[in-house]
Design a protein around this ligand. Structure first.
Ligand SMILES: C[S@@+](CC[C@H](N)C(=O)[O-])C[C@H]1O[C@@H](n2cnc3c(N)ncnc32)[C@H](O)[C@@H]1O
Length: 224
């Protein structure tokens, strides 16, 4: 079952228990329980070697993926964040507290899942991704795009990443969804990303896609 569409019901099987560390920061931006389960199931199904995440935040999405990679037998995660966000203004002391939680959770993931190589890259994804591809990595298998949620920011990352996808690679864009009527109010401005993707990469580029509003709204796609 290599196809995302065929695997989708199994990816959305929420009957598992994940047992994740708690979210501790003041803003609840961490992955939703249902989205974490989807992420875990997808990585168990796809068995990626190279995973890239933009937007590590507290490291709970990373922890979830590492748990699945450990059960797969091993793999590599490259996750990117920095003490800031181009879309939000928050005092530096709060970002530094977030960094402390992130470092603790990433260390816990490294200790708990020793078969997983977890690489944290400190910096703006738009600068870090071009430093990774192609100098350190020539392809990715699974890309969790969860940093910027505004269309121009998502597209900036996507244009860097797309050339390094292989047939079968899976990308998850977080906080966007094709059915804009189901999007939370604060994300309504981002509705055009998925439509543009469906018409461009979907129709012309051979990417199959799935859209969901369950848990965090997400748009998933797989290179054909
Ligand atoms: C929604 S949170 C990520 C949640 C996490 N992936 C999870 O599953 O729990 C978004 C994170 O992306 C970071 N971020 C936003 N824009 C970024 C950028 N251009 N480069 C790197 N990190 C960014 C924010 O600081 C924040 O920590």
């Amino acid at each position: 079952m290599n196809n995302l569409k065929a695997a989708w019901p199994a990816i959305c099987d929420f009957s598992i228990t994940l047992d994740l560390p708690p979210s501790r920061w003041q803003h609840a931006w961490s992955t939703h329980e249902l989205s974490a389960k989807r992420l875990f199931q997808a990585i168990r199904w796809q068995r990626p070697d190279v995973i890239v995440e933009t937007g590590t935040f507290e490291g709970l999405g990373t922890y979830t993926m590492a748990k699945a990679v450990q059960e797969n037998g091993g793999g590599r995660i490259f996750t990117i964040d920095y003490d800031g966000d181009p879309d939000v203004s928050i005092p530096m002391e709060d970002w530094l507290q977030l960094r402390k939680f992130r470092e603790e959770n990433l260390q816990l993931a490294r200790d708990t899942f020793p078969k997983v190589e977890i690489n944290f890259l400190n910096g703006d994804s738009r600068k870090m991704l071009p430093a990774v591809f192609p100098a350190k990595l020539d392809r990715w298998d699974f890309f969790f795009q969860d940093s910027m949620h505004f269309t121009s920011g998502i597209l900036e990352e996507w244009e860097i990443m797309k050339p390094y996808a292989r047939p079968g690679s899976v990308v998850v864009f977080d906080d966007v969804c094709l059915d804009w009527k189901k999007l939370p109010r604060h994300l309504l401005g981002q509705k055009d990303f998925c439509l543009n993707f469906a018409l461009g990469d979907g129709l012309a580029g051979g990417w199959n896609y799935q859209s969901t509003a369950e848990g965090r709204a997400q748009f998933w796609a797989q290179k054909g």
